[in-house]
Design a protein around this ligand. Structure first.
Ligand code: ZN
Length: 224
C-alpha cells in the first residue's frame, strides 16, 4: 500500500492534452467514430492506415458513461485502432487507455506500465476472474486531466481476455498493473475514477475542470 502511494494510473506525467487536442476538434473528429462499425476516418480505400492521435473524451462528457459492448471480431480494423490508441496513450502521456475514452464503445483497452514504454498489453473483452486483497493508489486519468485522488482497489487480480490476435490468455497482476487494469475496465462499464470520491469532491473536480477549460479556450485556439 505505501509503496503504491505515488503511482498514477492513466497519467504518469501531467501534460495538457486539451491544448494538443482542442475540444472543438475532439467533437468534430469524435463524430466520425461509430459504435458498431470501426469504419472511422483515417482509413484509405485500400485499407492502409496512417497512425493518428485520437481525441480523448473528458469528464463530465456523457459519452464516458456508455457501457461498452463486447468485441465480436478481432480484425485488422480493430488492430489499427489499437495501434492508434497506443500512439495516443504514449503521447498523452499515459499508462492505460480504454476504448471508451476515444469514443469507441467496445470492450478493449491498451496498457503499458513499464518504465521504458516497451511492454504494450492489449486486453480485448477482459474479465476479472479472481481478486484478492486491497490496495490504495493515487490515480489520475487522461479523461480527468490534472486531477489525482486515492482509490481503493483489489491488490491482486487474475484477468482473462483476448490478445490482439484474438487468442485467449490470462494474466495474474498486482501492484500498478492490477490498478491500471481495474481503472480501464471501469471505463468500459461507463465509470470514471472520480465516481469513487464523495459527491462534494466530485463537484469540486467538475468546477475545477470547467474553470480550467474556460481559461484554456482562447489560448488553446491560438496555440494550434
Ligand atoms: Zn482513466
Amino acid at each position: 500500500m505505501a509503496s503504491l502511494g505515488h503511482n498514477r494510473c492513466d497519467v504518469a506525467i501531467q501534460r495538457k492534452a486539451a491544448v494538443r487536442l482542442p475540444s472543438a476538434s475532439a467533437t468534430a473528429q469524435g463524430a466520425a467514430f461509430t459504435l458498431d462499425a470501426l469504419s472511422f476516418a483515417g482509413f484509405a480505400a485500400d485499407g492502409s492506415h496512417a497512425m493518428a492521435l485520437l481525441p480523448i473524451l473528458e469528464f463530465p462528457d456523457e459519452r464516458l458513461r456508455t457501457k461498452a459492448k463486447p468485441v465480436a471480431q478481432v480484425d485488422d480494423a480493430l488492430r489499427a485502432l489499437i495501434a492508434d490508441m497506443f500512439e495516443t496513450m504514449y503521447a498523452a502521456p499515459g499508462i492505460g487507455l480504454a476504448a471508451t475514452q476515444v469514443n469507441v464503445h467496445l470492450r478493449f483497452m491498451v496498457i503499458d506500465v513499464s518504465e521504458d514504454k516497451n511492454q504494450p498489453l492489449v486486453f480485448i473483452n477482459p474479465e476479472i476472474v479472481a481478486r484478492d486483497g486491497v490496495q490504495t493508489c493515487q490515480e489520475g486519468c487522461l479523461s480527468v486531466p490534472g486531477i489525482f485522488a486515492d482509490v481503493e482497489r483489489a491488490e491482486r487480480i487474475r484477468v482473462s481476455a483476448l490478445d490482439r490476435e484474438g487468442k485467449p490468455f490470462s494474466v495474474d497482476a498486482d501492484g500498478l498493473l492490477a490498478v491500471c487494469i481495474q481503472h480501464e475496465m471501469d471505463h468500459l462499464d461507463g465509470k470514471v475514477f472520480v465516481d469513487y470520491l464523495s459527491p462534494l469532491k466530485r463537484q469540486m473536480v467538475r468546477s475545477k475542470l470547467e474553470k480550467r477549460r474556460r481559461q484554456a479556450a482562447p489560448a488553446g485556439a491560438a496555440a494550434r
